[in-house]
Structures are given as structure tokens and as C-alpha cells.
Design a protein around this ligand. Sequence first.
Ligand code: HEM
Length: 132
Amino acid sequence: MAATSLYERLGGLPGVSAVVDQFITNVVAETMTSNSKLKRTFNPLVQSGDSYRVASLRNHLIDQIGEAAGGPLAYKGLSMPAAHRGMNITEVEFNALVAELGKAMVSKGVPTAQQTEVVNILAPLKSTIVGQ
Ligand code: HEM
């Protein structure tokens, strides 16, 4: 019997989409807090009011997480270094973003073990994002 993929265990497209939508909501809210760690990098997007850009990021994230989780989705966006070039993202900022993803998974009821699996597939991307 084939093992169930992480993608299927996350609830397939509806499950992954719900987490990504909550994640984006969380990130926007975080940029409005005092001592925000994400404001520096995300304010240009948030302040642009460009819903196409937000939708594009959302769909890219769904594809990227969906593909990495073993789903039938395929990421077609920029490479991670190209997407984050010139941002000089720090490790603190990286960890702050992953924390918002973690909170999104908690609020969408993703079991702890699966939260860890998602974080573990994204963690190796850190060196391709931080310091670019
Ligand atoms: C595992 C971690 C991360 C993943 C998987 C990820 C993924 C992505 C993807 C898929 C894009 C869109 C690429 C495209 O349009 O082709 C993007 C853009 C972007 N990312 Fe990340 N990213 C990560 C970490 C970070 C961190 C830590 C920050 C900042 C703290 C950040 C800030 C941004 C910003 C500001 C954009 C551009 C959005 C826009 O203006 O359109 N990302 N990221």
C-alpha cells in the first residue's frame, strides 16, 4: 500500500490553500504590529495595494508547498535566490516568517507532526533565501 503523501494528509488543494491564505493574513497583520520583523520586507507589497501581486505570491506558495509535499502541483515561479535578491533577508526575518506559517497551520488544525514535516521541507531553502 502506497504511503499517503504529506499533500494528501494536509487535505490536498483545499487544505494547502487554507493554510497559505491564513499565512498571508498573518503576515499582513504582523507588519502592522510594533516591533514587526516582517514590515521591512513586506511593506512594499502590502502598501502597493496590488492584489494581483498578492494573488501571484499566494498561488506560487500553494504550488511550491504543494509540490514539495508530494502533490501534483508544480512550482513555476522564480528560483528562491532570484525571488529574494536584493532583500538582504536575515535569519531573524526568516524565522519570523516561518513562525507565521506555524501559527497559520495551528489555526487551520494541522496536526503537530505534519506541521513539523512542512517546516522540515522548507528549512533547507533557508540558505537560498537569507542574505540574497
Ligand atoms: C521557506 C521560506 C520562503 C519561501 C518558500 C518563499 C517563497 C516565495 C515565493 C514563491 C515568492 C514569489 C516568487 C515569484 O513571484 O516568482 C516569494 C517572494 C517574496 N518573498 Fe519569499 N519565501 C520564503 C521566505 C521569505 C522571507 C523569510 C521573506 C522576508 C522576511 C520573504 C519575502 C518575500 C517577498 C517580500 C517577496 C516578494 C513579494 C512581491 O513583492 O511580489 N520570503 N517568496
